[in-house]
Structures are given as C-alpha cells and as structure tokens.
Design a protein around this ligand. Sequence first.
Ligand code: GRG
Length: 309
Amino acid sequence: MKSADFASRLADVAKTVDGVLMKLFADEALPGEILRPQRVVESMRYAALAGGKRLRPFLVIETARLFGKDGEGVLRTAAAIECVHCYSLVHDDLPAMDNDDLRRGQPTTHKKYDEATAILAGDALLTVAFDILADEPTSPDAATRIALVKSLARASGLGGMVGGQLLDLEAEGRFADGTPLPLTDTQILRLQSMKTGALLFAGVEMGAIIGGASAAEHEALGRYGRALGVAFQIADDLLDEESDAATMGKATGKDAAMGKGTLVRLWGKEAARKRLGELVEEAESALAGFGDKADVLREAARFVANRDR
Ligand code: GRG
C-alpha cells in the first residue's frame, strides 16, 4: 500500500469516527441519564472533535477488517477508545499535570473553558467510553462486550495508562525535590509501554476481540501492537526533539528542557532511529500469517515510525 493511499484512508476513518462521536455526544439524555448539561457536552465536543490523527480508532477498524468485520459495532468500539485517548490528553494538559496551553493546534480544554470544566469533560469522556462498549449496539453478544470493556479498562487504568502517567510524573521528580530520576532503558520502556503503548495495543486487541480472533491470532496481533507502541513513543520523542509547535500542534522540546529520560536521549538519535526501523520490521513480521490483508496495518507501522506530527 502506498503512503498516500494510507493517508487518505486514515483521513476517511477520522471523518467517520468524528460523525460517530458527534452522535454519541448528543444533547439529549439517554435512558438512565437525567440531563446532559450544555457546558459538559460542549467541552467534550471541543476536546474530542478538534482534529487528531484517530490512530487508535484506525487500529480497531483495520484489525477488525482482517476478520471481515465492519459496521456499527466496530465504529462504536473505535469511538470508545478515542474517548479514552481524548480524556487522557485533556487531563494530561491540566496545570497539575503537564500544564500545556496548546493541543491539536488549539487552546487546551482548560484554557478554552476552565480547570473544573476540563476535569469534568475528561471524566465524562472516560465514563462514556465504557457506556458505549457496554451498550447492545456495540455487539449483540454480552461476552464480547465484557471482553471489550476489560481490554480498555486494563489498558487505560492502574496498570496501564494511569499507572504510566504516575511513573512519568515520578520520573520528573514531581513527588520529591523536582530533580528528574535517572531511569534505565528498561524502566523507560516499561513506563512508556504503560503510558502510551497500552492504549495502542488495546486498539489492536479490541479489533481482534470484535473479529473473533483465535488465540494464535491474538498472540500475533499482540506482538504487532506492542512493537507499534514502542515505535510510536520513540517517534514521539524524536519529534519532541526535532519538530516545532506549529507542526505538532502542541509544545515541543519539553523533554530536553526538563532533563527527562527518554530512549532518544539515552541512546542518541541515530541508535533510536535504528531501533525504530527494527521495531517496524518486528511489527510487519508479526502480521506474516495474515498475508496481503494486513498491508494496511503494515503501512500503519511505517506511518507511526515516520510521521511528522
Ligand atoms: C492523564 C491518565 C492520564 C494519562 C495521560 C496520553 C498521556 C497519558 C499523556 C499525553 C502526553 C504525551 C504527549 C504522550 C506522548 C504520546 C501521545 C499520547 C501523544 C499524543 O497522541 P497522538 O499523536 O495524538 O495520537 P492525536 O492528537 O493525533 O490524537
């Protein structure tokens, strides 16, 4: 698959997912809800609908497609993981966390609204994700819905993204005297696999769950998802060093300014780029059993490694 074709496919997915999210963030309350206050709905829309590559939804959709699955359930699952991702960005940008003013080229949610609204928008994005997965239109099969809920919860919670965020803040010296901790590459890999890798892995895993993958297929796709997660983070760290806020739509150069330990800073850019190449090969070879059907996912691994934003 050519990278231009891949880019237009990614853009198509983004448009489709935006449409699904718009419907899910309707003004009208659902059965069991009482009222959807305007300020929360609007701030959720602001946080989730202002751009973004929609990479995690893309992984759900393209993995499910390997098994011939598409349609409403797949799209709802794709929307659910994007809700968790967007919540994490809103909370990460808060003054108590990374204190950022710019995200996806726009003022961060707490800058546009206020901190309390941003916290609540994040909370609502997180909880709606599990509402979407638990609801019947996602799958008529309750066991599938439970497996999706479990996959997303494990990836985003205590032993996944939330845990990784805590380790990241700790590594910055936030809970001590502010001096960054000197982490080994093994510690950095674990932290990053929790903070960012886990949700990318979950995108693949949730696609495999809806697809009804066998144990061997889950294992192969898991290898793909893990390699992709590490590659994503190394590419992100390279972009933080080399790109600028206008291109990225968010502040850059923060790792160096804080003296933060990243693999790029530990190994040097050349070694990091070499490892990135190896990870793309690992991701591609994990898909060997799926033949040409997996070309889009192979291209996704190359995209993640070579992206410019
Ligand atoms: C607040 C629990 C909690 C977790 C926050 C996601 C995260 C954990 C922090 C974001 C900080 C950051 C820049 C992490 C690096 C990787 C990352 C998640 C980048 C943003 O993801 P993209 O590039 O963003 O997929 P778009 O905007 O395209 O969706």
